[in-house]
Design a protein around this ligand. Structure first.
Ligand code: UDP
Length: 403
């Protein structure tokens, strides 16, 4: 349910809310639409599902459209996603054709008469070529673009050149060879959504029990899509070292996004590798399609791990920090923007399994350390990574580009 802006006053203060209303009043006669490729699963859908209703609540007409892909298209765009984050790619003409055809077809019946268009990620990127452009178009790229596959970058660049602005989640993703204005906006979480709002101890216990998670041992958890960049197999390696020193369980809270066809394959691989530990009941998989369950898992866990090898920003990190649960996460991508090592969480080298395990062990053994870090963690999110700040950033941007 959408909360009124009034409900955020006690979290961020009344000045922030009043300034949001003031900014919104400059946009009453405008309408903005967002386009991405899934309404469920992954960080982009998470952000839009909160931000778009919020904009409408404050009087700014904002819409959200989903590009209609098909399985073959999503196979290709997931390969593109991986290659943009540094993976290999055989960029065949068939792949290019599939990618462009779906966008061209969608453009035929998608009429965009809005004041401003915000496109998210690479899937709908070429739409700009096939639509009649008569307003500012912004490409909002959520992934780590610091080291993209060259061939793919050269193929996509001509489409990006048509945009009025590009927004990244981190300074290091900016591209020197892209003569388009590039800005940074950090993502954010909604503190009042079902996923992030306060939960009573009894609600947490109820959801954990319902999910079949035993509560007799400490729990370390990674909440993530099943994706190679989230390195679930590495998480398992870490856990195998941790359990030698502390008797605990590992929980994978995972889901699949409709625009990500690789999830099942990764899931099967991790499941196979963990088979003995699953049979013992020490490694547990829980489907995280219920926001309150994810919330409960993030609160109940003794440590949250995010052992990604690439991470555009990492909302799962923000969510866990907000809940005051100790986080051990990779020092890559958007994660060090959120965590100052040993202040509000712990940064690890994702390729150093032992270093990561040692950190987890230390936290499991030292409750007062966990508590202190958790307090700082919540405060750091309150200051920097709540949707009210993100909303404010977008309002400023729209006021500027629609002047
Ligand atoms: N998520 C979820 N259930 C799961 C796993 C993930 O709801 O089982 C959510 C998670 O809470 C977060 C989003 O999916 O809001 C993932 O965003 P993030 O930026 O961490 O990664 P992405 O999937 O976009 O790469």
């Amino acid at each position: 349910m959408l909360r009124g802006m009034e409900d955020y006053i006690e979290i961020v203060g009344s000045d922030v809310i009043s300034s949001i209303y003031k900014k919104a009043s400059k946009l009453y006669d405008k309408n903005i639409t967002n386009i991405n490729s899934t309404f469920q699963g992954g960080g982009v859908a998470e952000i839009l599902s909160r931000l778009v209703p919020m904009m409408n609540y404050i009087g700014v007409n904002a819409g959200w459209r989903i590009l209609h892909g098909n399985p073959a298209f999503f196979e290709v765009t997931k390969k593109f996603h991986n290659a943009l984050q540094g993976g290999n790619l055989n960029l065949s003409s068939l792949k290019k054709r599939l990618y462009l055809d779906v966008n061209q077809e969608f453009a035929v019946y998608t009429h965009l008469n809005h004041s401003c268009i915000v496109l998210h990620d690479p899937q709908p990127l070429p739409l700009i070529k096939f639509c009649h452009k008569r307003q500012p178009w912004i490409w909002r790229c959520h992934i780590d673009l610091s080291n993209p596959n060259k061939g793919l970058w050269n193929f996509l660049k001509p489409y990006i050149l048509r945009y009025d602005m590009v927004i990244f989640s981190n300074e290091s993703y900016k591209k020197k060879d892209l003569p388009v204005e590039q800005r940074i906006i950090y993502p954010a979480i909604d503190p009042l959504s079902l996923k992030n709002r306060e939960l009573s101890k009894s609600d947490i216990a109820k959801y954990i029990k319902k999910a079949g998670v035993p509560t007799d041992k400490p729990i370390i958890t990674q909440v993530s899509r099943m994706d190679m960049w989230k390195d679930p197999e590495g998480v398992l390696d870490v856990y195998m070292l941790v359990r030698k020193k502390v008797d605990c369980r590992l929980l994978f809270c995972y889901n699949m996004a409709s625009d990500d066809p690789e999830g099942m394959e990764i899931y099967t691989r991790v499941h196979r590798k963990a088979k003995d530990l699953i049979d013992k009941g020490d490694v547990i998989f829980v489907i995280g399609n219920n926001d309150i369950l994810v919330n409960a898992v993030q609160r109940f866990s003794d440590v949250i791990i995010q052992k990604s090898t690439k991470e555009g920003f990492g909302l799962t990190v923000t969510e866990a920090l907000w809940k005051g649960t100790p986080v051990v996460a990779s020092n890559i991508g958007g994660i060090p923007t959120q965590i100052k090592d040993e202040h509000n969480g712990f940064l690890i080298d994702p390729h150093d399994i032992k270093g990561c395990a040692d950190r987890v062990i230390e936290i499991l053994k030292n409750k007062s350390l966990a508590k202190e870090i958790g307090k700082n963690a919540k405060e750091s999110v309150r200051k920097n990574f709540l949707t009210t700040r993100l909303l404010s950033n977008y309002l400023d941007l729209f006021i500027e580009v629609l002047k």
